[in-house]
Design a protein around this ligand. Structure first.
Ligand code: NAD
Length: 312
């Protein structure tokens, strides 16, 4: 008998709520929205509101709120947003002291209740949090991915589309490296449906777009006083759908590197194939010398936060 997939959303805050809405609307499975005991009723209320939304929009997914990890038993997918988001003036790395014990708590519980779930980590500082999650779980690198590249690429694609005056659907672009201000928009591979972006957009405008992309998260934090959540949630759902439907999508994700691109025992944004076996393959793309240098710089930043995590 066919059964529905079980989706566990760890953190019922801004991204968690939007994730639940998107998972249910796409009928990707039944959703458990987990939060800490102090926010159990909040998670339950949000879940009930979203379940009632199904009667209007026409989806049948069950959505439940909980503060009991046992309810997550056997989950197929976990999306982790547990932790605090940035406030204006903060960098993602400023969150490490608060979010590290939280990710450890989440990973210890995941290990106990759903050790085989494909996990997508969103909590910041992203590359270090996904590293720690996998380390605690002790699972294969292919079972865990960090969400950043899909979002950063989406920001890059939007700015390019608006500048070129073309549909965002036709922009092909990827942002690699760590999820920080030195992330690497890969200009050499950026096209408008195969046409190099530099054909349609002047060099100075491209430079400004790259800069805006790198600060894209901060731009929203400064406007709203907290992190973005609509596009981050959609980005994680795209990754989860690729896994659940074995879509073999080529997406930029923070993946466990074991020698790829010259890095070992590090999570960082690289092009990956996501399918039914998780992160099935890391694609080694030819980068220009300048891009390689930017990636090395970004990797150095990621490593410095991971070193803090390792010592804590
Ligand atoms: N990777 C990315 O591209 C990206 C983008 C945006 C935001 N983020 C990050 O995602 C995280 C969540 O953002 P948000 O806007 O949803 O924040 P939020 O504050 O709205 O929600 C976070 C939730 O996590 C819960 N939580 C705290 N400790 C927990 C624990 N031990 N177990 C389970 N839940 C716990 C909180 O109670 C809260 O409800 C932040 O760290 C933010 O910086 C990442």
């Amino acid at each position: 008998m066919a059964t529905r997939k079980k989706i566990g959303l760890i953190g019922a805050g801004n991204i968690g709520g939007e994730l639940a809405r998107l998972f249910a609307n796409a009928e990707l499975g039944d959703v458990w929205l987990y939060d800490i005991p102090a926010k159990e009723n909040f998670a339950k209320g949000k879940a009930l509101d979203l379940e009632q939304n199904g009667a209007v929009l026409g989806y049948d997914s069950n959505i439940r709120g909980t503060a009991n990890w046992a309810d997550l038993e056997g989950a197929d997918v976990l999306v982790i947003t547990a932790g605090i988001p940035r406030k204006p003036g903060q960098s993602r790395d400023d969150l490490v002291a608060t979010n590290l014990p939280i990710i450890r708590d989440v990973a210890n519980n995941a290990k106990k209740f759903c050790p085989n779930a494909f996990a997508i980590v969103i909590s910041n500082p992203l590359d270090a949090m996904v590293y720690e999650y996998r380390r605690v779980l002790g699972c294969a690198g292919s079972q865990v991915a960090g969400m950043a590249g899909v979002l950063d690429s989406a920001r890059f694609q939007l700015f390019l589309a608006r500048e070129a005056g073309v549909s965002v659907k036709d922009v092909r672009a990827m942002v690699l490296g760590g999820h920080g201000d030195d992330m690497v928009p890969v200009l050499s591979m950026t096209t408008i449906n195969g046409v190099p972006a530099s054909t349609l957009i002047a060099k100075d405008k491209l430079t400004a777009i790259i800069e805006r992309t790198r600060k894209g998260g901060g731009e929203i934090v400064n406007l709203m006083g907290t992190s973005a959540y609509y596009a981050p949630a959609s980005s994680a759902v795209a990754m989860a759908a690729a896994y659940l439907h074995d879509q073999k999508r080529l997406l930029a994700c923070a993946a466990y590197l074991d020698g790829e691109y010259g890095y070992k025992d590090l999570f960082m944004g690289v092009p990956c194939i996501i399918g039914g076996k998780g992160v099935e393959k890391i694609i080694d793309i030819p980068l220009t010398e300048e891009e390689k240098a930017m990636l090395a710089n970004s990797a150095k930043s990621v490593q410095s936060v991971v070193d803090v995590v390792k010592k804590s």
